[in-house]
Design a protein around this ligand. Structure first.
Ligand code: SDX
Length: 457
């Protein structure tokens, strides 16, 4: 039985709005007819209360700390599955049978090289450019080398998906090699997805990287828990860019750009910086908590738009930290600092009253650090993980017969109508371009500086 909500105005006018109920009982007011019927739009800055689409890919319950990919709990997938298998699940809706998984792995392997001419692009970047600046640029540039048909067939779509998943990983590893001044290591068909990435990152012409199964498993879990998260900022950027039918490489590049921000994918780097500052200050972290409470800064890796309890991914990463950092010779004092900080915050009313708990980024950087992943590459790893999620949403949207270009409205708060005045009759404005003597170009990053932040955090 369909449900309706009634909106009643001061004038006494009423309008009935249909209520849509989702698969897990979530309810939404369907306002598609609102403006036509009342001339009104809804105002919901930063979309705190707005569902932008219907999706069957990922389910979150922020109050209960639930995250499921196509119905499977994240805890099970992180423990038992592999990243490539989870990518298939997100993309096509079910866990693959053996032959489907083999075919998917084969097409990923076949797509792991980038066009050799793209190697020249790396040379043009200063050595200390952030790898996210390379990733956004190089992914958009893939469109010049791998043209995408207007309406890809299922096979062409599968090839595009494989290209992007595989080449984002290859570009990421090549970016790292550029900064450390080593020759790139090409992907190998003999290695699985994650092993290939680690080998491309850490092997060199003079030494072969020794794969540690625990580290491979940790990176698999890291990528799995980052693979999708419904309509987060970067996935929304992908859906908006994709809704204009832009080239899919440009669409994924839009997602990478949105992820870069420290409120979003850049937070894992910011957490390790915060823990390192606490470690170097000799402080027990209380000063950082007080700074966060006085709004001078934020406790990075804490708080979430959806989770008002523990982010289930934070619990998975914390458990993995115990496993990896508990191995002989792997201990990290930053883990102890992080656990003490979490304990102090979760006994402080400022954080509890605002439902601020550790999110995916609070412990995940420590896993990357233990794997020897350099500090500036943390958000890049998040992007490698999130690429199948972005592609799954791009695919879901393009197969939705009702999909249209996304075009939100606004409420105008600018000046009323006014008319042109010749420049000779204008008064000076209070705000405007600074006087010519004060403006100077932004400094260009020095080309010869090898990024010091490319250490292991
Ligand atoms: C990711 O959306 C996703 O799903 C994202 C993600 C994904 O997988 O895609 O989960 C990945 O981006 C995780 C979040 C990583 N970011 C950080 O860890 C940065 C630190 N966290 C925050 O900046 C913040 O919590 C956000 C951005 C994550 C959420 O911001 P909201 O929902 O807009 O919350 P808000 O800014 O409105 O804050 C509400 C209150 C405010 O205090 P009051 O005005 O009520 O007094 O909580 C305070 C904020 O000042 N607050 C914090 C805080 N986060 C919020 N205070 C101190 N430290 C923090 N981290």
């Amino acid at each position: 039985m369909s449900e309706t909500a009634t909106l009643r105005f001061a004038s006494g006018e009423e309008i009935g709005l249909p209520v849509f109920t989702g698969g897990e009982g979530e309810k939404a007011l369907d306002i598609e007819k609102l403006r036509a019927a009342t001339g009104m739009v809804t105002l919901d800055e930063a979309y705190l209360n707005t569902a932008s689409c219907r999706s069957a890919i990922t389910y979150l319950d922020g109050e209960k700390g639930i995250l499921r990919y196509r119905g499977y709990p994240i805890e099970e997938l992180a423990e038992k599955s592999r990243f490539v298998e989870v990518a298939y699940l997100l993309m096509y809706g079910d866990l693959p049978i053996a032959s489907q998984l083999d075919d998917f792995s084969a097409i990923l392997n076949g797509s792991s090289l980038i066009h050799e001419d793209m190697r020249h692009f790396f040379l043009a970047f200063p050595n200390n450019a952030h790898p996210m600046s390379l990733l956004t640029t190089m992914v958009a540039s893939l469109s010049a080398f791998y043209p995408v048909p207007e309406n890809p067939t299922d096979e062409e779509e599968a090839q595009i998906i494989a290209n992007l998943m595989s080449q984002v990983r290859t570009i990421s590893a090549f970016s790292y090699k550029k900064f450390v001044g080593e020759p790139v290591v090409y992907p190998s068909h003999k290695l699985r997805f994650v092993e290939n990435f680690l080998n491309m990152m850490f092997s060199s012409p003079v030494s072969n990287y020794q794969l540690d199964p625990d580290i491979v498993k940790a990176i698999e879990a890291f990528l799995i828990i980052h693979a999708d998260h419904e309509q987060n900022c970067s996935t929304s950027a992908v859906r908006i860019a994709g809704s204009s039918l832009a080239n899919v490489y440009a669409v994924i590049s839009a997602g990478i750009s949105a992820l870069w921000g420290r409120r979003h994918g850049g937070a894992n780097q910011a957490v390790v910086t915060m823990l390192r500052n606490i470690q170097q200050s000799g402080d027990d972290g209380r000063r950082f908590l007080e700074a966060a409470k006085s709004k001078d800064s934020r406790l990075m890796g804490f708080g979430h738009r959806i989770y008002k309890t523990h982010d289930p991914r934070a619990l998975i990463m914390k458990k993995l930290c115990h496993r990896i950092l508990g191995k002989p010779g792997m201990s990290d004092p930053m883990f102890d600092i992080a656990m003490r900080l979490e304990e102090a915050a979760l006994s402080d009313d400022y954080f509890l009253s605002r439902n601020l708990y550790p999110n995916v980024d609070f412990y995940s950087g420590l896993i990357l650090k233990a794997a020897g992943i350099p500090f500036d590459m943390f958000t890049v790893l998040f992007a490698i993980g999130r690429t199948p999620g972005w592609l799954a949403h791009w695919r879901e949207m393009r197969h939705d017969a009702n999909n249209r270009i996304a075009r939100p409205r606004q409420i105008y708060t600018g000046p009323a109508e006014r008319f042109y005045v010749p420049v000779s009759q204008r008064e000076k404005h209070s705000v405007g371009v600074m006087r010519r003597s004060h403006t100077k170009a932004l400094p260009v990053a020095p080309r010869d500086l090898i990024s010091s932040s490319m250490d292991c955090g």
